[in-house]
Design a protein around this ligand. Structure first.
Ligand code: EPU
Length: 346
């Protein structure tokens, strides 16, 4: 989001032994030690103007093939690997599964924290385990998919912030070039065009990846050009009965069925229908092509307070119209490195 932020100290973590050495001298309870805040690529955090914490940045690199059969490969990826580069690398190798998650900004180590998901795939679908350091006890752990307690945009790591530092993620990817997941929106049609250009009958995972790159580039602003942190609000999940009532007044409302008679409503649609496309509180306004994305028009000058003001305004207008409370999706960081929940929306 390119918010103005200065931290008291930053420690880059280049390998696991270095983290052990740093933590050996770090007394978690000592008063002179500042609280620890773990920062990965920074693409999904809202940082305070002054971060009075010791910031640990895991930047260890490496992609290791640990098993290979006719049907699958296992790879271990270090936390500092760029996520999108990993996706394009695996697809080029003929290792498939991550293609629907192309162009998501950030680093691999942060991907499990919010169980990144797009176009029908979530990270947990291809994850085997996470190797992570437990900061309070200074011990290393392997966490299975069940241990990670994944949910929609959620995990154990997200619910216990600054407790774990993820160093490595192991994936099991498949090698079946005919297996793709392209049912979401325009993905199938765009991927099919790519296949036909190459005289192939059916879209393969590389075509799907290219389609998703195109679709994302059309709708989502590049954070390097126009700072943003992707979806700013979560898609709210409401009871079927409330959805049915809204449908009477708004027949075009967009929702997807969820378990337990709940419906996930497209927050972007709600924001657009509330007349807020391109609106907000300057310099933080919603994007013209995708109302779910808030953009920062004064990079490195706007602060967290500006974001809070725009969030509050948008959430209030949507609530007045639809009686649906929008929750923030990116992580709000308090000055002491702790995580703030949605106290800014009343
Ligand atoms: N819509 C509007 N107006 C808008 C935006 C969306 O009417 O301004 C409608 C669309 O027409 C569509 C529906 O809302 O019918 C859903 O929109 P879209 O398919 O673009 O997906 P989304 O629900 O807005 C979610 C994720 C995205 C992810 C896409 C694709 C969340 C909060 N967001 O967005 O994630 O890329 O699906 O799977 O779940 C991110 O987290 O940063 C992110 C971009």
């Amino acid at each position: 989001m390119a918010l103005a932020c200065i931290a008291d100290s930053v420690v880059t973590v280049t390998d696991e032994a270095q983290l052990d050495a740093f933590m050996a001298n770090y007394d978690v309870k000592a008063e002179h030690n500042k609280p620890i805040f773990v920062l990965s690529g920074g693409s999904n955090v809202l940082l305070p103007a002054h971060l009075k914490a010791t910031v640990l940045c895991p930047i260890m690199r490496g992609i290791h093939l640990t098993a290979q059969t006719d049907g699958y490969v296992d790879i271990e990826v270090m936390a500092g690997e760029n996520w999108h580069d990993l996706v394009t690398y695996t697809v080029a190798q003929g290792w498939y599964g991550l293609e629907n998650l192309a162009l998501i900004p950030g680093l691999t180590g942060a991907a499990p924290v919010q169980n990144i998901g797009a176009y029908g795939v979530q990270l947990e679908d291809y994850l085997q385990f996470v190797r992570a350091y437990h900061l309070p006890t200074k011990t290393w752990h392997h966490l299975s998919v069940a241990d990670c307690e994944f949910g929609y945009r959620d995990s154990l790591f997200k619910r216990a912030p600054n407790t774990w530092l993820i160093s490595c993620v192991r994936f099991r990817l498949h090698t079946d070039v005919s297996k793709v997941l392209a049912s979401y929106g325009d993905v199938q049609a765009v991927a099919q065009r790519y296949a036909e250009q190459q005289q192939r009958q059916q879209a393969n995972p590389a075509d799907v990846m290219q389609a998703i790159i195109d679709i994302r580039q059309q709708k989502l602003p590049d954070p390097k050009q126009l700072p943003n942190c992707g979806s700013f609000f979560q898609n709210p999940i409401i009871p079927q009965s409330q959805f049915a009532a809204l449908q009477k007044s708004y027949p075009a409302i967009v929702g997807y069925p969820m378990p337990d008679a709940m419906i996930k409503v497209a927050a972007g649609w709600l924001i657009e229908q509330a007349g807020l496309k391109g609106d907000g509180i300057a310099p933080i306004v919603t994007h013209q092509q995708q109302a779910l994305v808030l953009t920062n028009h004064t990079p490195h000058q706007a602060t967290q307070d500006d974001v809070a003001a725009a969030q509050q305004y948008i959430a209030d207008v949507v609530y007045e119209k639809f009686a649906i409370q929008l929750s923030r999706e990116p992580v709000w960081v308090n000055p002491d490195g702790s995580i703030g929940y949605d106290e800014h929306v009343v």
